[in-house]
Design a protein around this ligand. Structure first.
Ligand code: SIN
Length: 283
């Protein structure tokens, strides 16, 4: 097999064909890793992998994180978080309506995520796309005074915020217990982070998990965040992924935010497995 790569937009996105991630030599892996840093979203088509192979491939990028929603993890393979509206014999096969708001995965963790690797097993006939917005491209397009203003600011991130603000309003969302929220108290991260591998500065706030900018009043923080969120999703920073079954998609949580589109009906199945890679090695 010969690997080939096609860039999808000038800011982000690449499609790779002609590889089998379960049997990848170091040279092809290095090319995928380089593409992950350069294009931020890498779509690898036509994969037939087991959950174990999915986790093994993901581990080549770094240590894997275990999602706080324990009921949605795959039995025997807890690094795999199941996002699914599928029900088998009355048993949900994952969390329905997950991630239907702009966010970067796990920014509510003290050590946030480097990237995610999602495998599509069943996809709707139409819809259920994932939107990606590039947070280095949007940072670079800000004026110098705005960059300077944001440079020393800190944001508070909270897992509960996404549930309270977005998820619980979507019919069919499963409740999350107080115990789970208590396990993830709010954390702080800089509003601007330097990508450790590309050296690019990235906006690191998102509507899902960012509660406020700590140094500002609540009103000021709301106004600045609303401006940034509108700016960050301008079309030129944006890629929309229309899933095919057997797509394996890697995305860089240091340089992107993303949003799942819940536009498909209950007669359609969307069944995904995701791993999440830690940014660094800390526990
Ligand atoms: C997520 O990782 O937030 C979900 C993305 C998706 O289901 O498209």
């Amino acid at each position: 097999m010969t690997m080939s790569l096609r860039q999808m937009t000038p800011s982000l996105g690449a499609e790779i064909t002609g590889v089998d991630v379960a049997n990848l030599d170091n040279q092809d892996f290095d090319a995928i890793y380089e593409s992950f840093n350069r294009h931020s979203v890498v779509v690898i088509r036509d994969q037939n992998i087991t959950p174990e192979q999915h986790a093994d491939f993901s581990r080549r990028f770094g240590k894997l994180m275990v999602h706080v929603l324990k009921d949605d993890l795959l039995e025997g393979q807890p690094e795999i978080y199941r996002l699914s509206n599928k029900v088998e014999n009355g048993v949900p096969q994952g969390r329905p309506n997950a991630g239907q708001y702009w966010h970067s995965d796990l920014t509510y963790e003290k050590v946030p995520s480097k990237g995610s690797v999602m495998y599509a097993m069943e996809v709707p006939d139409a819809g259920g796309d994932t939107l990606f917005a590039h947070t280095a491209a949007s940072y670079e397009a800000l004026s110098e005074p705005m960059k300077a203003f944001l440079s020393d600011k800190t944001a508070i991130h909270d897992f509960r915020h996404a549930y309270d603000t977005f998820s619980k309003r979507i019919p069919g969302t499963m409740p999350i217990s107080e115990e789970v929220f208590a396990a993830r108290p709010p954390v702080e991260h800089p509003v601007i982070r330097t990508h450790p591998e590309t050296g690019r500065q990235c906006l690191f706030v998102n509507p899902g998990f960012t509660v406020r900018i700590k140094e500002l009043s609540y009103d000021e923080s709301d106004a600045i965040l609303a401006y940034l969120y509108g700016h960050m999703i301008k079309p030129q920073f944006f890629y929309r992924h229309n899933w095919r079954a057997n797509d394996l998609v890697l995305w860089d949580n240091r340089s992107l935010m993303h949003c799942a589109v819940g536009d498909y009906g209950p007669d359609q199945t969307r069944h995904m497995h995701r791993t999440t890679i830690m940014d660094g090695d800390a526990a």
